[in-house]
Design a protein around this ligand. Structure first.
Ligand SMILES: [Zn+2]
Length: 462
């Protein structure tokens, strides 16, 4: 089978996930602490970067909170000293991810590789082995939803579901790779799992979805909103029962509009390139964190702990499943609020709200007379892939003007702006947007680093 999978590890991870799903808080904390110790021991012994970081700290789990947090840029700059397998080299991995023909292919026969998308700064490269993937799979399938409906009773494996993933399909991105992997693993139902690109014109996307007739659509909240408008206009007519969202913050208004338009249930999730399945929503509508396999520490702007109930500036992630590329106290730009009270569903896993992933849908004048919506993820992908620019902010000023802010100045800045302008204009024109004016502002600080995904694509009319 042309994918990274080990049936024994899958079974083992599934058993571990099931045993913690209904465990007491103490048993859960114990499982977490054992894994923390194992990850620290491994990182100390086999990762040069983390070995340096942990030097002089106690040889037990208390070292975790005493270790200084780590940012992605620092780890990426020392990639070959970060990973625990010397066969993994950044220059070779970059060559691999530069080749679109190899999206989702196993690397060195034992790893899956993906790049982060939609974040500022150069993309991170993330390596997963079969053991980490087995954990993500178990969390996804066993925690996603304890569904007791009659439909599920007669169709326990979801064989009659048709899953459409609507997202960025043109790069080595985690979600796309995992949809592809799911289709390969479940080859008997590969024809009922398919990806659809958000970069294509809306008319074509709608036609493709109508032809595929999905019962489940997995996508970003902004994409789900734009598709909901297509349902309301009577153009998109799909037998959808569930909409799975992730990758961006899902607001209450957006959720209600999506659910109402599709007549479907909306299930939100929380994940990242650094840890695919961080949390899923329970039947009481709360996101629960998979804290048997990860630690998430909400912190303020000086990386001091933020108590439950308060909104954090960022979070520090410790991944307890990945041993080939340790992620320990790794700064993620998400703003979160940990729940104070236990959830009524009875889960021992803490609940969390994710707030910091807000970008706007741009609505521009269309050639056909009606406005055309451009998704923030599509804009980001076009600028990253088409213009090779990762630090930017795009602000919509009116229905035909975009302002692009870039940190570079001088000749470099002018060249980057020219690439952004032509990539944006070509993309917008293909979507049916009337001739667009793209103005630039160089030498501008752009939200990045710890503020992560926030505010790269905004509407600010003047
Ligand atoms: Zn709950």
């Amino acid at each position: 089978m042309n994918t990274v999978m080990n049936p024994f590890l899958t079974a083992q991870a599934a058993a571990a996930v099931v045993s913690c799903s209904h465990a007491s808080a103490q048993a859960l904390a114990l499982a977490q602490q054992q894994r923390v110790r194992a990850v620290l021991t491994m990182a100390r012994a086999r990762s040069v970067v983390y070995g340096e970081r942990l030097r002089g700290l106690p040889d037990d789990a208390s070292a975790l909170t005493r270790m200084a947090p780590v940012a992605r840029d620092e780890l990426m700059q020392r990639f070959d000293d970060w990973v625990t397998d010397p066969a993994l080299r950044l220059d070779e991995l970059r060559a691999f991810t530069a080749d679109p023909a190899r999206i989702g292919d196993p690397y060195l026969d034992r790893y899956l590789i993906w790049e982060s998308s939609g974040t500022s700064g150069a993309p991170g490269v993330f390596v997963q082995d079969a053991a980490a993937l087995a954990v993500y799979d178990a969390l996804e399938t066993l925690r996603r939803r304890p569904d007791n409906s009659l439909r599920r009773l007669f169709d326990p494996m979801g064989l009659t579901e048709r899953l459409a993933f609507v997202g960025a399909t043109n790069g080595h991105f985690a979600s796309q790779i995992n949809v592809q992997r799911l289709a390969r693993l479940q080859s008997w139902r590969a024809s009922s799992i398919r990806s659809f690109s958000i970069l294509q014109p809306m008319d074509r996307l709608v036609a493709e979805l109508n032809a595929f007739a999905p019962t489940v659509i997995a996508t970003y909240p902004t994409a789900a909103l734009v598709l909901a408008e297509q349902v309301q206009r009577g153009r998109l007519t799909v037998p959808v029962r569930e909409i799975w969202t992730g990758g961006e913050t899902l607001g209450q208004t957006a959720r209600a509009r999506i659910a109402q338009a599709f007549g479907a249930e909306v299930r939100n999730s929380y994940g990242a390139s650094e840890f695919l399945a961080m949390g899923w929503e329970c039947d009481h509508g709360r996101l629960h964190l998979n804290t048997d396999w990860l630690l998430l520490e909400p912190v303020d702007d000086r990386q001091r702990p933020v108590p439950p109930g308060q909104v954090s500036h960022a979070v520090l992630l410790t991944n307890l499943a990945n041993t080939v590329q340790p992620l320990i106290r790794y700064a993620l730009g998400d703003q979160v609020r940990l729940g104070v009270a236990p959830c009524a569903c009875g889960s021992p896993l803490p609940s969390i709200e994710v707030l910091g992933r807000h970008d706007d849908i741009l609505r521009l004048r269309g050639t056909a007379g009606h406005p055309v919506a451009l998704l923030p993820l599509a804009i980001s992908t076009v600028l990253e892939e088409g213009a090779g620019v990762f630090d930017f902010q795009v602000v919509q000023r009116d229905d035909h003007t975009l302002l692009v802010r870039l940190p570079e100045q001088g000749e470099l800045g002018k060249q980057a702006l020219a690439r952004c302008r032509s990539a944006l204009m070509a993309f917008a024109s293909a979507q049916g947007v009337a001739p667009l004016r793209v103005i630039g502002s160089l030498g501008q600080a752009v939200p990045r680093g710890r503020s992560g995904k926030a505010c790269r694509v905004q509407v600010k009319r003047v």
